[in-house]
Ligand binder design. Structure first.
Ligand SMILES: [Zn+2]
Length: 331
């Protein structure tokens, strides 16, 4: 077998978890086979000049909503994964709130078919963990999923949130599989009551969206999920952490040994409620972008590993959908 490389990248600045340095990289059969000075590289079929560029490992985005199947006017697996590749994201984990929701082995198999035929990057699929999908847990695991998604609160697709009783049973079942359960941790009954009152008062503006989901929806949901995880031994992950206040139950759960991880998104770190007037309806997201005083504690939590990672929660809508004041769940 030839020792030649398929590709050598020259002149770039290589970034690893520990260091940053100038180096050339040789690639064969999709794998890095040499890293070092330019004159130490093997001959290559192709060379690429990365002068002035940084070279980083491909990013893994653990939280995307490609709208396929079900919403082809928003996106599909080809366009979504092409965008990911252009952004340096080489693996995506896709959420189950497509049509139909990914809650049975048959629906999962059909989604794998679509994804594997169109995807430009590596991918994983989440299975839906809801009131009526607990019996499907073994079949979903056998069908190939990265983990489960449980909607404690309403978001795009209006998947009903399970009762606490169903969640406990679901956690017991999933704990046996070793799969992690990712949680949309906002308590639905709080949001529903507040939204109903705001609607009755004639409110439907973007700030009403924030008012309907105060941070207590997340504090309550994270605390409750952590208690159920502790009881059952289930491994859980808190999605899109938006508030400083939900960090306390997350920290406390970690401290007492619950297998719990968390993520936030760039919009919670870089935008605040001050931006609603400037940006308008397109800022509406679930959970909502919150008051500015949340940003620094979220950053600190990333630095001290209370929050484990950043995801995009990529979830495209049409401009009309984003700017319509009737859309309360624009994630
Ligand atoms: Zn999401």
């Amino acid at each position: 077998m030839s020792n030649n490389a398929d590709l050598v990248i020259h002149g770039g600045r290589v970034v690893t978890p520990d260091a940053e340095f100038d180096a050339s990289i040789a690639v064969r059969n999709g794998k890095i086979v040499a890293l070092g000075s330019a004159d130490s590289m093997p001959p290559a079929a192709e060379t690429f000049d990365a002068e002035g560029l940084h070279i980083l490992p491909g990013a893994i985005d653990v939280h995307v909503h490609f709208r396929d199947p079900g919403y082809p006017h928003k996106e599909d697996w080809a366009s979504g994964t092409a965008a990911a590749a252009f952004g340096g994201v080489t693996t995506v984990f896709d959420m189950p709130n497509t049509i139909p929701p990914t809650g049975t082995a048959e629906i999962l198999a059909a989604k794998h078919e679509i994804a594997s035929s169109k995807a430009h990057v590596d991918y994983g699929l989440y299975g839906l963990l809801g009131e009526d999908t607990i019996d499907a847990v073994p079949a979903l695991c056998a069908g190939g999923i990265i983990g489960f998604k449980c909607y404690m609160g309403n978001t795009f697709g209006k998947i009903p949130s399970p009762s606490t009783g169903a969640m406990l049973e679901a956690f017991e079942v999933v704990a046996q599989t070793g799969k992690r359960i990712s949680l949309h941790a906002e308590t639905n009954s709080i949001m529903e009551r507040r939204e109903t009152k705001l609607r009755a008062a004639g409110r439907a503006d973007p700030l009403a969206h924030l008012a309907s989901r105060p941070a207590v929806v997340a504090i309550e949901a994270v605390s409750r999920a952590a208690i159920l995880a502790e009881w059952t031994g289930a491994r859980i992950h808190i999605l899109h952490i938006s508030s400083a206040d939900e960090l306390r139950p997350l920290r406390e759960a970690k401290a007492r040994g619950v297998d719990i991880t968390g993520e936030t998104g760039p919009h919670y770190l870089m935008l605040s409620s001050d931006d609603y007037a400037k940006i308008g309806g397109i800022i509406r997201d679930t959970p909502p972008v919150r008051e500015k005083h949340n940003q620094e504690p979220l950053r600190q939590a990333l630095m001290d590993s209370t929050i484990d990672l950043i995801s995009t929660d990529h979830a495209p809508q049409t401009p009309e959908e984003k700017t319509s004041n009737t859309n309360w769940t624009a994630s």
